[in-house]
Design a protein around this ligand. Sequence first.
Ligand code: PHE
Length: 339
Amino acid sequence: MTNMDTIRASYEADLALVEDSKMLGDFWTKYLSKSGEIQKLMGGIKSVPKEEKKAYGQAVNEVKTWAQGLYDAKKEEMDKKAMMARYDDETIDVTLPAASTGAGNLHPLTCIKNEIIDVFAGMGFEIFEGPEIEDDDHNFTRLNVLKDHPSRDMQDTFWLTEDLLLRTHTSPGQIRVMDKGELPIKVLVPGKVFRSDSDATHSPMFSQMEGLVVDKHITLCDLQGMLDQFVKALFSDEAKTRLRPSYFPFTEPSVEVDVTCFKCGGKGCSLCKGTGWIEVLGGGIVNNRVLENCNIDSNEYSGLAFGIGIERIAMLKYGINHMGKLFENDIEFLKQFKA
Ligand code: PHE
């Protein structure tokens, strides 16, 4: 019995010293495991006189229950402490300023493309996209650029085979739309085009936006009216357009479209090389031969077409002096164009 009192005393003293879960584990081994002090008390019953065995057993059981109770309480206290420590550790200060996510922005070419589409969509144009690999027929022949005709040299072509090529302009889209046989037509054909050409204002790959309208009584006035709205929306309300005679095999008459210089307003400066005008695109009235090539009766229908160079518009609008900048993906350069 005295032994039991000693054990109770040392049990309490030892438990009071326990500070962490490792110490609690050691404590459990020392007292509560199969070979622990409390279990040993049970073994001691052998040397107890018969008449005292019952009382001894009861006393040992009492010690056991008491010891387990203290242990459980200590464990609960320690678990709680550990949880509180974790709470403190993991607390988030929701009032701290958030880390910046560095939101991106659209590429300037995408912005210009979207702006152009917006303007023409407002006039009722739909979008059509054709393939980047074309055949001779769509890219040249049916657009009235006949084999061995000198006009083929206007565009330096990347040939893939005798017949296949990387399209040199978005104009083959005109043929593909007219071939559908649905009239009237009012489409925009955006896309990448390819020419073997490279300097400050040319790149082997660039983007165009083709426009095609086919209906009854379409004239050059319609073309000028649409393009006038387009440059006013893209550059400024004061911008004026002027048509100059030009040549494309697929339009007749053909025009080059100039806009009043948006840097000097038409007085003449370095951007417009003193002329007051800047060339922005080519266009014209669809050549009757092209209509006939697509089985459209040119006595009944007429069309207008234009081709806008998207990089050129972006360079003019943003004052970019080298086309390569639009393809280098230099993030510091691109960050400047917040749409
Ligand atoms: N396809 C011509 C070019 O790439 C532009 C153009 C399109 C001209 C439509 C007239 C009509 O240069």
